[in-house]
Design a protein around this ligand. Structure first.
Ligand code: AMP
Ligand code: FE
Ligand code: ZN
Ligand code: FE
Length: 277
């Protein structure tokens, strides 16, 4: 069984439509795939229909943009949630709030880019965002068009979107995100907890306090983790009684990683489902 539990579509910052993600998952030889767009569930219906048609297992999920406010400045982190009730009012409202905040932040990032002489407009960036959730990969498209970066990854250089034009989002407090997900019957998994190349990461003490607050799993096998970091996460999961997952974090052509590049073991997948709140 080949299981990939972290992918993005055009509903957020991937370049494949939900249908194309499902079709690509079949081509990659996957048996089960989750769609986990940032801060929204807008791809679920289409992906579920496509999965039904092609006969692959589909797990509806989401990746919530969170922040740990225990230090100043707060540290951003991502929480994957599998199978939450899409009609849970609190969860839906919080995701809508974050998507709104992303719009305002996007406009301000465009202003920073313009102040540095990049002749880009907010309208253009919104045109690259085909779905509900606007993010920096959409601003990267504007830079690529102008030859200022060859790839999305290059656009994340410190001199550009990685640092100079990076603005914080008004993300969800990580403990609120946990409780909303759990209340909605979702299974929370901490995405790429050691991804230092994206910026600061939270200390293990935070992960230790997330476990008794309902965290179910840790994503160990992720392209942003070195072999040593994967082992650290495995050891931490073992100590805290958490499930270990692995996933590609596929973003279509916005990232070089391929579907199925990292996988979740069938036993781990069963363990996740068994701990659904
Ligand atoms: P945002 O959600 O607007 O803060 O943008 C973060 C998103 O940008 C992540 O979800 C990734 O899809 C992408 N991203 C972050 N860092 C990089 C990087 N170094 N190279 C390529 N894409 C990145
Ligand atoms: Fe992303
Ligand atoms: Zn993430
Ligand atoms: Fe992701």
């Amino acid at each position: 069984m080949r299981i990939d539990l972290h992918t993005h579509s055009t509903v957020s910052d991937g370049t494949f439509t939900p249908t194309e993600v499902i079709e690509a998952a079949v081509e990659a030889g996957l048996d089960i795939v989750a769609l986990t767009d940032h801060d929204g569930l807008g791809g679920w219906a289409e992906a579920a229909r496509a999965a039904e048609r092609v006969g692959i297992g589909f797990v509806p999920g989401v990746e919530l943009s969170c922040r740990w406010y225990g230090v100043e400045p707060a540290i951003p982190l991502h929480l994957l949630g599998y199978l939450p009730d899409p009609d849970h009012p609190g969860l839906a409202a919080e995701m809508a709030r974050v998507r709104e905040a992303r719009l305002r932040r996007g406009e301000r990032i465009v202003e920073l880019m313009r102040a540095d002489g990049v002749d880009v407009t907010w309208e253009e960036v919104q045109g690259y965002a085909k779905g509900d959730t606007v993010g920096r990969p959409h601003m990267a498209q504007a830079l690529i068009r102008r030859g200022l970066a060859a790839t999305v990854s290059e656009a994340f250089a410190p001199s550009m979107l990685g640092e100079r034009w990076r603005l914080p989002k008004d993300d969800t407090d990580v403990f609120l995100a946990l409780s909303l997900l759990l209340d909605a019957g979702g299974i929370p998994v901490f995405a790429h907890p050691r991804a230092t190349k994206r910026g600061r990461v939270v200390p293990d003490e935070l992960i230790e306090s997330m476990a008794p607050s309902g965290l179910v799993g840790l994503e160990a096998d992720h392209e942003d983790h070195s072999p040593a970091e994967r082992e650290e996460i495995r050891a931490l999961a073992l100590r805290l009684g958490l499930v270990v997952t692995g996933s590609s974090d596929f973003h279509g052509s916005n990232k070089p990683v391929r579907l199925g590049a990292n996988l979740t073991a069938p036993e781990a997948y069963e363990a996740l489902l068994a701990r659904r709140p």
